[in-house]
Design a protein around this ligand. Sequence first.
Ligand SMILES: NC(=O)c1ccc[n+]([C@@H]2O[C@H](COP(=O)([O-])OP(=O)(O)OC[C@H]3O[C@@H](n4cnc5c(N)ncnc54)[C@H](OP(=O)(O)O)[C@@H]3O)[C@@H](O)[C@H]2O)c1
Length: 232
Amino acid sequence: MARLLAARGWTVAISGRRVDRLDEVARSSDHIRPYPLDVTDPVAVQRVLGQLALELGHIELFVFGAATWQPLSVGDYDFDQFQRLVNTNLMGFVRLANPVVAQMAAQGGGQLAVIASVAGYFGLPRAAAYNATKGALINLLQTMRTELEPQQIKVRMIAPGFFKSELTAKNDFPMPFLMETDAAARRAVDGLLNSDRFEIAFPRRLVWPLKLMRMLPYPLFFAITRKMMPKR
Ligand SMILES: NC(=O)c1ccc[n+]([C@@H]2O[C@H](COP(=O)([O-])OP(=O)(O)OC[C@H]3O[C@@H](n4cnc5c(N)ncnc54)[C@H](OP(=O)(O)O)[C@@H]3O)[C@@H](O)[C@H]2O)c1
């Protein structure tokens, strides 16, 4: 996404914990600048946002995509795993939300986007913690969309299906309609720049069946999710 935005002339600040990976992306364009950050560290969040405000000033578009994922065994609701995922995927965004909203309000508006997932539509076997964080993000963003509209802050929710990444490389189950990384990035950037809608969800052939599934009465819904349980 950073490379695509940079190619369109945007100045892009990128963050993550691994400095070498940030530098690698930053080297690909004069428009990309690395700002190493661990979103679980509240002091670092304040420091980096201050640095950004000083060096770049205006934030036109903010995209939060930091996440971690770990499949859990069926029936396992391990506290430490939950805490780790919630702390990054959900609270990582919450740590940034107030200062980013304050800056956008002060500058007269902006776009605030979060990469949630179609996994946030409902709970599925083995994905208890991850799906819960993505579901919570979608819920939070729905609130923010309405609340921040008067300040000209456009809140966007990106809901991708499966795409190739380090995160999905560890999956040992079939991933229907798995997308190439670049194709997914392009869908997200096009959605952000060429539309106003709240939800940017793709690919459609996965999204629509999932949306229909979300509307099913619970007995039918659970008849489907029961089939997703690993064979003993
Ligand atoms: N791949 C899929 O099929 C899929 C589907 C739906 C939604 N998504 C979502 O898409 C987003 C990108 O995921 P991805 O699949 O591209 O996986 P990824 O390659 O593992 O990307 C996750 C990114 O988050 C960063 N990150 C993780 N923990 C962080 C922390 N504590 N502080 C700052 N940065 C942190 C990672 O960089 P460092 O490790 O260097 O910090 C990495 O750049 C995630 O929100 C994911 O949930 C992915």
